[in-house]
Write a protein that binds this ligand. Structure first.
Ligand SMILES: *Cc1c(COP(=O)(O)O)cnc(C)c1O
Length: 369
């Protein structure tokens, strides 16, 4: 049964071999077969992350990974500088707030990336070094913006705050050597660039992060990094893991590394460029500042007099193509088209043609010029 072609920014279209791994017989999660798979996954993830540090694998969606990073690194009352550039950044701030952090927001207009000079300026003002953590989003899925992480890393040089990064929709699609850039906790998830089913989050942690884990006082039980590390050494997790997802991710990571990091990066960039060119040729306007255009999510404005929900429904029902709409204030105002997952350039062209046809049927004139 061929499914719809998913152009949403997660979950994404999975390769047949990845899906087949989900159908493997169940095994003992304290046995050798599972330990082998988990240790292999952690080693392959460390290569995606370009880190010599430890990568923890958690049984949760990406949001669980973000919550885990916050509660394991900080204490109630800690001042955290949150730098959202869209909805997912706001979610990370909300997580920190609900666990008792004192959250200060450095806001950015939707569609733009975080200005490194503003971040550097705020940190320079913090002479007493009260800011304990900086919360960043590498790739903001709600607006299709990718921050310049190298410039942001430079902007934070010399300040001791821990650097927490939501890289859920960015990890693996472009270069971010986290050891070299000095990030402390970088969160990813299985259902995005790595093109596995949802259900697993990952957190890469620096040595500084591990020191913070020992001091951090936010309450935690399920997401306890110290326990995850202890069990992880033996290829286990503290609690029953989503075993089938680990098997699937192991196959997805083999595919990733067989294709090669540079080729995977190039594929996402090329598909994003093809989508941008294709929708502009249809007469659509891209959303946001092109200098921060994401390789994994392309955003475009919904034309006047076109109803986004009708377009999305028609694309799915008539063409088997699933795009995403806007979130929050951008609902009805933008379409979002992801490049993640097992999709080909031909799939991209088919999706753009279907979008053009659907818009034309709704009377969008310049779609047919
Ligand atoms: C998908 C995503 C998440 C996590 O979402 P979950 O539904 O919890 O997996 C977090 N941040 C970003 C930027 C994302 O794209």
């Amino acid at each position: 049964m061929p499914g719809d072609l998913l152009f949403i920014p997660g979950p994404v279209t999975c390769a047949p071999e990845v899906l087949a791994a989900m159908a493997e017989p169940m095994v003992n999660h304290r046995g050798e077969r599972f330990a082998g798979a988990l240790l292999a996954v952690r080693e392959k993830l460390a290569r995606v992350y370009e880190t010599s540090g430890e990568v923890l694998v958690l049984g949760s969606s990406g949001t669980g990974g973000l919550e885990a990073a916050v509660v394991n690194l900080f204490s109630p009352g800690d001042l955290l500088l949150s730098c959202p550039v869209g909805n997912f950044g706001k979610r990370l701030a909300a997580i920190a707030k609900i666990h008792g952090a004192d959250v200060e927001i450095l806001d950015t207009e939707p569609g733009h990336g975080l200005d490194p000079a503003r971040l550097a300026g705020r940190l320079r003002q913090d002479r007493e070094r009260r800011i304990a953590g900086v919360l960043l989003t590498q790739n903001e899925t709600s607006t299709g913006v990718q921050n310049d992480m190298e410039a942001l890393a430079r902007a934070m040089e010399g300040h001791p705050a821990l650097r927490v990064v939501d890289s859920v929709s960015g990890l693996g699609a472009s270069r971010m050597p986290i050891d070299g850039l000095g990030f402390d906790a970088v969160v990813g998830a299985s259902q995005k660039v790595l093109a596995a089913p949802p259900g697993l989050a990952f957190v890469a942690l620096s040595a500084r992060a591990w020191d913070a884990v020992a001091r951090a006082k936010m309450p935690r039980f399920y997401f306890d990094f110290a326990k995850a590390r202890e069990f992880g050494a033996d290829g286990q997790t503290p609690w029953t893991p989503p075993i089938s997802q680990v098997f699937a991710l192991n196959v997805a990571l083999d595919r990733y590394h067989a294709e090669g990091t540079a080729n995977v990066h190039a594929r996402h960039s090329a598909n994003a460029a093809a989508i941008r060119a294709g929708v502009q040729a249809l007469g659509l306007q891209l959303f946001g500042d092109i200098r921060y255009a994401s390789p994994t999510v392309v955003t475009m404005r919904v034309p006047e007099n076109v109803q986004a929900s009708v377009v999305l429904k028609t694309l799915r029902e008539r063409h088997g193509i699933v795009l995403a709409g806007g979130q929050g204030d951008l609902k009805g105002k933008i379409f979002r088209m992801g490049t993640m997952g097992a999709i080909t350039p031909a799939d991209v062209q088919r999706a753009i043609a279907a979008l053009g046809e659907t818009l034309a049927a709704q009377g969008f004139a310049s779609a047919v010029r």
